[in-house]
Design a protein around this ligand. Structure first.
Ligand SMILES: *Cc1c(COP(=O)(O)O)cnc(C)c1O
Length: 642
């Protein structure tokens, strides 16, 4: 209200007095509570936050940049005809992460007075999507970004992306003649690739191919370190890892190259101790071991220029990922550990410091995409008391089960064992015709209640509702299914309201593993996540930090196809949607299983003809039916909210 100033206006001093706030009866929930509950400060990395309106915000350029409202984005996509589930990719986050990684190493180099340079490397395996990799390469190359591939098709992607004169491709993985020739031949097309030898047997193949093609290659060697990465992917390191040369094989390889007159082609020393390395000391130890190898080879006359420290830079997903481990370092500390160790050892031994590379795929890519999906239906966990006790007319087994639940709680295992026994007896009675269907239903309801009560008491937790959601775990969060990785999950709206229900998520697949039951939280993962009670409106959830690995590991279980995917980029006054990749249709996924659309339709047409012959359908009805199928097959494999 705009009131004119009057003489009655109190003097300034008095107005500045704080007026006591009326106390509210209920403790109030604020958006700060939502931040804490969903662990956003921990995993958000400055990109995600809660706005005052209670919606999830994205700041694609980091904490000081402009904010987008994810609830608005979901509504906006719907208005554009892009339904959920949808993967939303933020180009600006890709750029910001690339800047952060390169900046962290540049700073560490300055702080340690390191005499060499740094180049970040994007491993194509982590997200092969053309637009994703391209955004990183185009932004990162001005500060020396390179690419890493592990297979022939990935090499084709890299050849298509590494078009600038200084772009570099590191070629890892198992190689056959075609792979080697592809990499070597690329040099003639102006692409620069380094072929990494990681098996003794690989040397001859490369030497032969070079002679045949008449090219001088650029080569690397991958070593197997004894230092093991602490983390759940640590099997890719250590003496028993799948890749890399042990010390005897390394020396053998060096000799083989010397004999072939190609030792001067060896430029790069590579190691990789695993992904999501959670302990900084493991990073540092591996860097020390590799530096010693580097320094010794240099002193033996091998003119190595690059030390490639592989992947492993961890992402904080908001708590324990698997196995109860949390990340104990920052990006700056990671850079400092590597730069410090390599610099110290090279100075000590008196060899030139290498250009450092890290293939930090997860760290570059995890944050940039968010899966948005909606809740379809909720199955409420009724309180245990909701089942009435048995009455005198009920079967004695129902009474026995009830008494088990009432007994003072001592040994959960024992109670559950006895319950199993009662269940077996009830089934036997039913099969013998001595317990009717109604009686069996009563028994099962009671036994189920008792079991729940016992389990809840034993585990000290409250029962969870099942929120049925429009997505497929196998398509969109395969690492949750495969290796129990936890991704942050939170609603994108109503964050200014206290959520009252503990929930687990069920996906659309007909597979009991298609559920998310553990979430980030205190300790090693929490049962259920707090969500809001339905209010009749649309309720959209986000699964965050899904930009690394999930897309390429996804599977077509139950034939749920790729979701819609969009790239959003900030622009003057908001954002623009570019690169809309429509999700796979029913026709698309049927093609994968060699069941082409034409064949499906031909089969249906034959059935329709037969039905017309029989008189079960008229010709116009049959035609209408076939038309509907023809259109319907171009629809989404997910549920469409009507
Ligand atoms: C998978 C892989 C990477 C990527 O590791 P991140 O932990 O995602 O950084 C890097 N280098 C090699 C050789 C790999 O196999």
């Amino acid at each position: 209200m705009n009131q004119p100033m009057t003489d009655e206006d109190p003097p300034r001093e008095r107005r500045a007095q704080p007026t006591p706030r009326p106390r509210l009866a209920e403790p109030t929930w604020t958006v700060d509570d939502a931040r804490t509950l969903y662990g956003i400060p921990r995993w958000g990395a400055g990109f995600f936050d809660v706005g005052e309106r209670g919606t999830m915000l994205v700041r694609p350029r980091g904490p000081d940049g402009p904010a987008l409202d994810l609830a608005d984005v979901a509504a906006d996509l719907a208005a554009k005809g892009i339904g959920l589930p949808a993967l939303v990719r933020f180009t600006d986050i890709l750029r910001a992460r690339t800047d952060a990684l390169q900046g962290a190493f540049e700073q560490a180099i300055a702080e340690h007075g390191y005499p060499g340079a740094y180049r970040a490397v994007i491993p194509i395996k982590v997200n092969q999507q053309w637009h994703v990799a391209r955004a990183v390469v185009e932004h990162g190359r001005r500060r020396g970004l390179a690419l890493e591939v592990g297979t022939k098709p990935e090499l084709y992607i890299a050849l298509g992306l590494a078009t600038a004169p200084d772009d570099l491709i590191v070629c890892n993985g198992f190689k056959d003649r075609a792979y080697v020739e592809l990499a070597l031949g690329a040099g003639k097309l102006g692409r620069r690739s380094i072929l990494v030898l990681d098996r003794v047997g690989g040397v001859d193949l490369v030497v032969d191919a070079c002679r045949r093609l008449g090219v001088r290659p650029r080569l690397g060697v991958r070593v197997k370190l004894s230092s093991k990465g602490a983390g759940c992917w640590s099997d890719s390191s250590g003496d028993h890892s799948k890749f890399g040369l042990d010390m005897a094989e390394l020396l053998e390889t060096v000799e083989a190259l010397r004999r072939a007159g190609m030792l001067d082609c060896l430029e790069l020393l590579h190691f990789h101790i695993g992904s999501q390395i959670t302990a900084l000391h493991a990073v540092e130890e591996a860097a020390r071991e590799a530096s010693r190898i580097f320094a010794e080879l240099r002193r033996a006359g091998v003119r190595l220029r690059y030390l490639d420290c592989g992947g492993g830079l961890a992402v904080d997903y908001g708590g324990a990922v698997t196995g109860g481990r949390t990340v104990d370092y920052s990006m700056a500390q990671y850079a400092g550990a590597i730069v410090g160790a390599v610099g110290r050892i090279c100075a000590e031994v008196g060899v030139p410091a290498p250009t450092l590379l890290t293939e930090s795929g997860r760290a570059l890519l995890a944050h940039h995409s968010v899966l948005l999906f909606d809740v379809l239906e909720v199955h409420r966990a009724e309180p245990v008391e909701a089942v009435p006790p048995p009455d005198p007319g009920d079967d004695p087994l129902s009474h026995a089960a009830w008494r088990l639940g009432e007994a003072p709680f001592r040994d959960a295992e024992d109670t559950l064992r006895r319950l199993i026994d009662l269940r077996a007896q009830a089934l036997e009675r039913f099969n013998a015709g001595r317990l009717d269907l109604r009686g069996r239903a009563r028994f099962e309801a009671i036994a189920h209640t008792v079991e729940r009560r016992v389990r809840l008491l034993a585990e000290g937790r409250t029962p969870a509702d099942i929120y049925y959601c429009n997505f497929s775990l196998f398509q969109s969060l395969p690492d949750h299914w495969g290796i129990d990785q936890l991704f942050p999950v939170a609603p994108v709206q109503r964050l200014d309201e206290a959520p009252a229900r503990r929930a687990v998520l069920a996906d659309l697949s007909c597979d009991s593993h298609g559920m998310v039951q553990t979430f980030i939280g205190r300790g090693a993962g929490e049962h259920g996540v707090m969500l809001h009670e339905g209010d009749g409106g649309r309720y959209v959830l986000g699964a965050f930090l899904v930009g690394a690995y999930q897309k390429s590991l996804s599977s077509l279980h139950n034939l749920f196809g790729a979701t819609n995917a969009v790239h959003l980029a900030l622009c003057e006054g908001g954002y623009e949607v570019h690169e809309v990749a429509e999700g796979e249709t029913m026709a698309d996924v049927l093609e994968y299983v060699r069941f082409p659309r034409a064949r499906v339709l031909a089969d249906l047409a034959a059935a329709a003809d037969a039905a017309v012959q029989r008189g079960a359908l008229t010709r116009p009805e049959a035609d209408a039916l076939l038309d509907a199928h023809r259109d319907g097959m171009h629809g989404t494999t997910y549920l469409v909210d009507n």
